[in-house]
Design a protein around this ligand. Structure first.
Ligand SMILES: [Zn+2]
Length: 101
């Protein structure tokens, strides 16, 4: 492992992140259900888990990136602009949303 690769590896593990519950407020504006309870499947490794288990980088209202706790792939990106929210779920194979009832 060269120094550059090792630095990048250490940076990734020293990044500060929150758990997926940090998405609850910003996503509540878009979805009327608590989407952090939804079960998502990582498109990269197939891991199933609630969005609350994601590793979330960034701070609302700034851009948020949710990474898979299994493989660190980007599962979702959320950017809140002045008039719109952009939600990129291309790293999510599917999302199962509990609706009750
Ligand atoms: Zn994964």
């Amino acid at each position: 492992m060269d120094d550059r690769h090792q630095d990048r590896h250490q940076d990734r593990h020293q990044d500060r992140h929150q758990d997926g519950n940090a998405l609850a407020g910003p996503l509540a504006e878009i979805f009327s259900v608590d989407v952090t309870a939804a079960l998502g499947r990582c498109a990269a490794c197939g891991l199933n888990g609630p969005l609350a288990s994601l590793r979330v980088y960034g701070q609302a209202p700034g851009p948020l990136v949710g990474r898979c706790p299994g493989c660190e792939a980007v599962v979702l990106r959320l950017v809140r602009g002045p008039e719109d929210a952009w939600l990129d779920l291309s790293g999510t194979r599917c999302l199962r949303v509990p609706l009750g009832g």
